[in-house]
Design a protein around this ligand. Structure first.
Ligand SMILES: *Cc1c(COP(=O)(O)O)cnc(C)c1O
Length: 458
């Protein structure tokens, strides 16, 4: 029998070393990609080596190029870590190596996605009859949802977009908040709708779409329309006002899509649920699992209130693809055919936390964002730019873009924590996201002290 587990045991040892040092290693990488190419590269190997050696060399070789983004003091982008149950379940997904496309290939894959779909809908307070596809990320979720939207609004105008494409189709209007995430525009591009054709609806100082402006814009035309709203602005954490937006969409028969990549998890916690009021009235929702639910990459949910539209946009057709009637074929809800059993880590995350644990994690991270904002506001001259309603904090230093850029670099060099910069209303500022299950209040205090010192020194 081949030895199937020696390399896995080596991987366990390296993972243990990595994870046990995660809380204390410098957050930033100590090497660049070209450094690592130098260490690990070389010509294509002519002959193989022992699997254990492959794993040992790999783990040691990449280590300086690893960012401790799964650790408790990485506040850049919106990343999250990996809950212990989710990480372990992810390893099992690879060990089982199921092709979780069809029931015929993995009843286990279908069952776990079915259960997890119901749990996610329940946690987020979304309609129980909605369909859920587990995709690679927010980008995949926005694209899948907007494909369902494109199907439905054009079908409403008597057009079969799956069969006939967009050439000659009735004109379709897309309206997005000014602050729509870049992945919405990529999705529109991929769907043949163009990233430049969307009507941009003005947003307020927190990044929230103006519902009156949306209503007026919808009223200037007629016919098929898709509106993209947002639950959780990537800079400020702000939420669009879903009730008036849903009213405007209903008046025009427009499809309402909500990009809730991280922010939609606010619906799972009593203290933040009010931010999402009315979000259940939308037609589709994109939500990441690999950000705030803290499962490993790549994982998100594309949720559609109209399963027929979801299936029409995504299902495969082919002579040997005989669906088992009454069984869930996961591929029916996603762009991929062969795919990993992506929902398994989501199942494990939710089972390990329960409804109460998910709520506690969300509420704790939000309280930590307020704590961080409080510390930073005490630095002379520093302004907290956003209403800290969720887990995002935007901070500006005096001295303009150069001073803010230098501060970001100084914090990254110090490596106690990691944060990034962003452009907000034309100025370069510091952006902090608190999205990790393992972050403690002590991590916040320690990071705030390091940021304060770095900013002063600089
Ligand atoms: C991160 C993010 C996305 C994209 O999600 P990925 O998982 O990176 O593809 C989309 N929208 C918002 C608001 C996000 O924060």
């Amino acid at each position: 029998m081949p030895d199937r587990t020696a390399a896995l045991q080596a991987a366990v040892r390296h993972a243990e070393t990595y994870l046990s040092g995660l809380d204390e290693r410098p957050v930033a990488a100590r090497a660049t990609a070209p450094d690592l190419v130098e260490r690990l590269g070389g010509p294509l190997p002519e002959h193989g080596v022992d699997p254990v050696r492959v794993i040992d060399d790999l783990a040691v070789g990449v280590d300086p190029g690893l960012v401790a983004s799964a650790g408790p003091r990485h506040f850049g982008f919106v990343v999250g870590g990996a809950l212990p149950a989710a990480l372990a379940a992810d390893w099992l997904v690879s060990a089982w190596d199921q092709c979780a496309a069809f029931h015929a290939l993995s009843p286990a894959g279908s069952a776990i996605e079915e259960i997890t779909s119901r749990w996610v809908l329940d946690l987020l307070g979304l309609p129980a009859g909605a369909s859920v596809g587990f995709v690679t990320g927010g980008q995949g979720a926005n694209t899948t949802c907007l494909a369902a939207a494109r199907h439905a609004v054009l079908a409403g105008a008597g057009w079969d977009v799956e069969r006939d494409g967009l050439i000659g189709a009735p004109p379709l209007r897309v309206l997005c908040g000014e602050q729509a995430h870049a992945t919405i525009h990529t999705a529109l591009r991929l769907l043949g709708l163009g990233s430049g054709t969307a009507v941009s609806i003005p947003a307020d100082a927190q990044g929230r779409m103006d519902p009156d402006a949306l209503r007026d814009a919808l009223a200037t035309g007629s016919g098929p329309a898709i509106v993209c709203a947002q639950a959780g602005n990537v800079a400020t954490g702000a939420f669009d006002a879903f009730d008036p937006i849903a009213d405007a969409c209903a008046a025009h028969g427009a499809w309402l899509h909500v990009d809730g990549a991280f922010g939609l998890w606010a619906a799972a916690a009593p203290a933040t649920r009010h931010l999402t009021r009315g979000v259940d009235r939308a037609d589709s929702w994109a939500v990441d699992a690999h950000k705030w639910l803290n499962v490993p990459y790549d994982c998100a949910a594309a949720i559609v209130a109209h399963p027929d539209a979801h299936r029409a946009a995504m299902s495969l057709a082919g002579p040997y693809l005989v669906a088992d009637p009454g069984q869930r074929d996961n591929t029916t809800y996603v762009p991929e055919s062969s795919r990993r059993a992506r929902a398994v880590p989501v199942y494990a995350a939710i089972r390990s936390l329960g409804r109460a644990g998910v709520a506690e994690m969300i509420e704790r991270n939000c309280a930590q964002a307020r704590r961080m904002a409080g510390h930073l506001a005490a630095i002379p001259g520093v302004t907290v730019l956003n209403d800290v309603v969720l887990n995002q904090v935007l901070v500006a230093l005096p001295g303009g873009d150069d001073a803010n850029r230098a501060a970001v670099a100084a914090v990254q060099r110090d490596a106690t924590c990691w944060l990034g910069g962003t452009t907000w209303q034309g100025a370069h500022v510091l952006r902090i996201s608190i999205s990790n299950w393992a972050t403690t209040d002590e991590d916040i205090d320690r990071s705030a002290a390091a940021i304060t010192a770095a900013v002063r020194r600089d």
